[in-house]
Ligand binder design. Sequence first.
Ligand SMILES: [Zn+2]
Length: 705
Amino acid sequence: MIKDPATAIPSLWDAAKAPADEADKLVYASNLLGSDPKITNFGGGNTSVKVCDVDPLTGAEVDVLWVKGSGGDLGTAKRSGFASLFLDKVLATEGRYVAGRKAKGDLPEDDIVPLYRHCIFNDNPAAPSIDTPLHAFVPAKAVSHMHSDAVISIAACEDAERLMHEIYQGEMGYLPWMRPGLELGLMLRDLIEANPGINSALMGQHGFICWADSWEECYELTLRLINKAAEYIDRNTKAHPFGEVVREKQVSGSADKLVELLPLLRGKVAFNGQRLIGKVDQSNPVLEYLSRAKCHDLAKLGTSCPDHFLRTKIRPLILENLSEEGIDQALAEFREGYAAYYARCRHADSPAMRNPNPSVVLLPGIGMISFGKNPTEARVTGEFYRNAIEVMRGAEAVSKYIALPEQEAFNIEYWLLEEAKLKRMPPEKEMSRKIVLLIGAGPGIGQEIAKRLLDQGACLVVADLNQTLVDDAVAHLRGDYGREAVEGVVMDITNRDTVRQGVDKAVLAFGGLDVLVNIAAVFIPPSPDGKNTDDQWRKSLEINVLGSNIVAEEAQRIMAKQGTPASIVLCSSANAVVSKKGSLAYDTSKAALNHLVRELAVEFAPTTRVNAVAPATVVAGSQMFPRDRVIASLTKYKIAFAESDTDEVLVQKLSDFYAQRTLLKQAVSPGKVADAAYLLASDRLSQTTGQVLAVDAGLVEAFLR
Ligand SMILES: [Zn+2]
């Protein structure tokens, strides 16, 4: 059921909150419309208002068109996300267009878009939407173009026009499919001229557009038209629009199967070394669709709304045989099909073929995986396929779903203007598309490493011993880097089950694992007699050595399955090579860790590099230096201090002492240790494995030999 009439979209217009200024009112209405996925999909649809304003140059009153900017999302758009244009100049582009159409014998849309820059009113830097003419040529003040699932369901039926007349009884006109641009704007103008009584138009396989004399009216009209389509579908739904149930809706252990499949698929859909982030959807509508007889045939038809397949590709891949050979075969067929589609549809000047792998993979009985270059894009791609499922359900409920013609789909996917937009995007950051598990992300070195990774675009999963530590780290990092880049998991590195569960959760969060950084370690000061007890020994070796091995092995379990270059960074210490009194168990554990690095580098080659950073003692910001340990060290080195000294003063004294022992006379800072760990994690040191990188400001006795 697409919607129950009782749950029709209610009006949220609040006259007390709606601003008086017309452009601000447009923003208010757009935010209301864009916040409900039943009204329009993410980033889809656009809105406009025509107002009278004063030309800052001439002082004359002119008509100004405010229209959503290119690429923005209605739900969150601010006034700065809307372009303002001289209406008469936009309308004047018709002359150039018609002359070009005559000369070329084709639609010269690409020649028109650059002209919009000449139409800008009041030096507004926002780039106008490709749908600008659709709004400009409607002779009404407020215009709303939405991608609502319910209305697209009607627009994607084989008898869309007949259904439209049945539902809307003359208030809506019909525009057959035409890609966005000036031609569509002129078609709409002609439709309104020929049918002066209409308040809206159904856009074949795309969505609808409606208009009114004010935004209050236009908002209510938008909702009423969507509700009418939803009610019609609801009243007329055939039994089982997707056919009979032919397979189990959700197989048992589907989460475990996803953990198996995600890294494998992620490794295989990478293209030219470019990895993708994967998001999982196991919601009821997806599982329900996949359990039904018609899902294969419908999925093959492809999606309809142009916004959808720009992300979802023309069609998804359905995987039934989940053996590795089965997956390889299905992917090979998909790629061949995509290359053939490209070859059939390409024009002489089309951009080169992009990644021929699927961006949506459907797993009957398990769920859907959607891929994108970052978590947001992966999520939105999945949401778009959910929209596509809703559209197909609605269309099949009352009629027969038809997809966009293949050539039209290609023309949008490989539109030169779209390619130009891609080329204008800033270069991707160094760690973008990489998934990193960082164990120990608390204040100090861990947090510094987290910042470097996130600054460079990584997807980060932070792990720590308990939920409070994890929640603190996640909340802190999300505050600076946004919700979608950071996840958290709880694990005790000495307990393989918790590590395995944590790594699996990381895989489910982003689709795989590329880098592991483990800085969790313990320093247990000896007893007053200067010795470590057996229990202290056990704990030191268990956390610093065994724990490092467990996390490395569990990470490699995923990295090996993925098969793409990976990196593990462990945390050693200058103490691993400096023999001295008073930290026997700790120093020995770190010496063992140095050799573990070399052994694991051999074990995990050629996929995964294994290295370590070896800082000299970092006092400032370290959680390993509570006040009593600082005092113990000051006493040991016979450095004068007073009991009344503050923590900061004591730390400074010890830090100065350590600095004086180095060649560079510098205290080792968490930031510099983080820089070294970051280099080993990134591809900068992609030919370095089995190494321990010292960060000690030059500690002669720690020179490796
Ligand atoms: Zn549209």
